[in-house]
Design a binder for this molecule. Structure first.
Ligand code: FES
Length: 611
């Protein structure tokens, strides 16, 4: 069982690892990004790579199903399926996960009406020097200038004498919620930053916020490194249940992702790490647990009890975040219930849906879909298993919104596609899929059951260019969107995946409305949150029947509202208080236990076909 060497191209990363380890484990440990949508079960086929040389175990059945003969002959493997039997050199494909900054909030004052009063305060002091008549101790010399109840930790105390003397008694104090956390030489009051982090199941977004000026200075995103253990929260929980070290591993991966985010933010802005004093963190319930290294297993099955739901605070060092000073604090916003986490609190805070007159829905579309209904004084939430279909994960040729992805589709007499980066199409992202299916429904190519019709089922006079794109594929049909070097098509199972996702969201919406005795026509508007949700065309979301029939003008994309909520909580104590009080106001509806859910879901699955 001698260790063997594994080298990954083009990253140039190498690792020495025990004989018999799986290739996917080697990739994870070497820090090579791999899309492991199914968490290594061999069912998604997304972890493919090419073996250049070396000894590995035999091909498995899953590979025979997921890879073409041509690919197998050329040395392609699924990383999760093979074990290392000798030194190996591999070439990995570009990850579909990389998603760079959307920059949408950069430089913007988030909310003009917001009173900027951050969680941190900095004050400059010109202190008198001690004399034989003034023997006040160093620490008290500073504390005497601060509100009476301010305290200081041991770690800081050891630095106080030197800082005071080296700075000639001209220092800046940094206080967070009654604690003196840092003491800086000279006047640094204008250098005060915090970071808001939205920990998504798929990707993590970070915003560097200038707390002195109330502005977002930089924003970036990175793939959540936990993706190596599955695309959705359920596969991450399964990993924890099956592997004793799983929880620690997932906690470490999220800390590393945050370190990556911090690194990119500092590099982009030129702000030194020493001036970052506080992080606000939001995420769904499972992500919140994993971030703290707390098991989320209780959330996975009835009675769906999380380990904690309130806000948690501490030092970032306790989370294993290494890129920030030991004095930097974090505040994890509270969760609501079940799968509805602090990211939904962020959406509610940013949209102020609780204050809007009338009746409003907010839908945060990501790997999970959270729905919020606000009407009068009532505020209801639920979480739906939107499934990764909207993000392209379970779709046969699904990919992220990256160069080569078909992102928009129109159909009339033929198909018109838009490809990101003006590249050759190689796959389809969520917005392209939803556009395409919406068009297929509108033109009658798809039945209300979701079946793709066969050419002979289409009426006389139907455009021939569209008919010839329908081809038989296994037990059903497929519809070809692009015929270039690589054919990109939508299969029957892709449509079924989308149907499950949209059916779940639609059922969630219907149930919340019935809980308040309301009808879709009572809605004043629908807010579409989520960086991803904002890229979807409202008309297409209506076209596939995910949204109820409301006028298009009342559907408003609001960007990454969850992230904006985390920024607001960072900038304003008042907003933080609202965030902390929201869980008491919210009525959570657990869909899986709701008597009407199965029927609403069955109704939600159907497409409303016009022709
Ligand atoms: Fe390997 Fe899904 S097939 S991770």
């Amino acid at each position: 069982n001698n260790p063997v060497n594994v080298a990954f191209l083009p990253a140039g990363k190498k690792i020495n690892i025990p004989w018999g380890t799986t290739l996917i484990k080697a990739a994870n440990e070497a820090g090579v990004e791999v899309d492991a949508v199914c968490g290594g079960k061999g069912t998604c086929g997304k972890c493919r790579a090419k073996v250049i040389e070396g000894a590995i175990s035999e091909a498995t059945r899953s590979e025979a199903d997921r890879l073409s003969l041509e690919e197998l002959k050329n040395g392609y493997v699924l990383l999760c399926q093979r074990r290392i039997l000798g030194d190996v050199v591999l070439e990995t494909l570009p990850s579909l996960a990389r998603q760079e900054s959307n920059g949408s909030t950069k430089g913007k004052i988030i909310d003009a009406a917001l009173e900027v009063a951050p969680l941190i305060s900095k004050t400059y002091h010109e202190l008198s020097r001690p004399t034989i008549k003034d023997q006040v101790a160093d620490l008290e010399r500073i504390l005497n200038r601060l509100p009476r109840e301010t305290r200081a930790g041991v770690r800081l105390l050891s630095q106080v004498p030197d800082v005071l003397r080296e700075a000639g008694y001209c220092v800046t104090s940094v206080v967070q919620e009654g604690e003196l956390i840092a003491l800086e030489k000279g006047n640094t009051v204008s250098e005060m930053y915090g970071i808001a982090v939205d920990v998504g199941t798929t990707s993590v977004a970070g915003y560097l916020v200038d707390l002195a000026r109330g502005k977002v200075t930089a924003s970036v995103s990175a793939a959540n490194r936990q993706r190596a253990h599955g695309a959705d929260v359920v596969s991450r929980i399964t990993y924890i249940m099956e592997d004793d070290k799983g929880l620690a591993e997932l906690q470490k991966l999220i800390a590393q992702t945050i370190d990556e985010i911090v690194g990119k933010l500092l590099q982009q802005s030129g702000v030194p790490a020493e001036h970052i004093y506080v992080l606000t963190l939001i995420g769904n319930t499972v992500m919140s647990h994993l971030l703290l290294g707390v098991t989320p297993v209780g959330v996975a099955s009835a009675p769906f009890v999380p380990a904690f739901s309130g806000s948690v605070r501490g030092a970032v060092a306790d989370l294993g975040i290494k890129s920030l000073p030991a004095y930097t604090r974090f505040v994890l916003l509270p969760n609501v219930a079940g799968y509805v986490g602090s990211d939904t609190i962020g959406v509610i805070l940013a949209t102020k849906i609780y204050n809007l007159p009338g009746t409003w829905l907010a839908i945060d579309i990501g790997t999970n879909g959270e729905v919020v209904l606000a009407s009068g004084n009532r505020l209801l939430t639920c979480s739906t298993a939107a499934g990764p279909a909207f993000e392209g994960a379970c779709i046969s040729q699904g990919m992220r919104a990256e160069p080569g992805a078909i992102s928009q589709v129109r159909m009339e007499n033929d198909v018109e596609i838009t490809v990101i980066g003006d590249a050759e199409p190689v796959g389809i992202c969520g917005s392209g899929l939803i556009d395409a299916v919406s068009e297929m429904i509108r033109l009658g190519i798809v039945k209300s059951s979701g079946r793709i019709k066969s050419p002979e089922d289409l009426p006389p006079g139907f455009p021939a260019a569209l008919i010839r794109r329908i081809k038989q594929n296994g037990n059903g049909n497929k519809f070809i969107l692009a015929e270039g070097e690589r054919e990109v098509s939508i299969t029957q199972s892709d449509i079924n995946e989308l149907q499950l996702g949209k059916g779940a969201v639609r059922a969630g919406i219907e149930i919340l409305l019935t809980e308040l005795d309301l009808k879709p026509s009572d809605l004043d508007g629908i807010l579409l949150a989520g960086a991803f949700g904002s890229n979807l065309r409202p008309a297409s979301l209506k076209g596939i029947g995910m949204l109820p029939d409301v006028p298009l003008s009342s559907i408003k994309p609001v960007g990454n509202a969850a992230g904006t909520g985390a920024i607001l909580a960072l900038l304003s104590k008042r907003q933080m208080e609202v965030a902390l009080s929201l869980p008491r106001r919210i009525e959570h509806v657990e869909l899986s236990l709701h008597h009407g859910f199965q029927r609403a879901f069955a109704r939600g699955l159907s497409f409303e076909v016009k022709k």
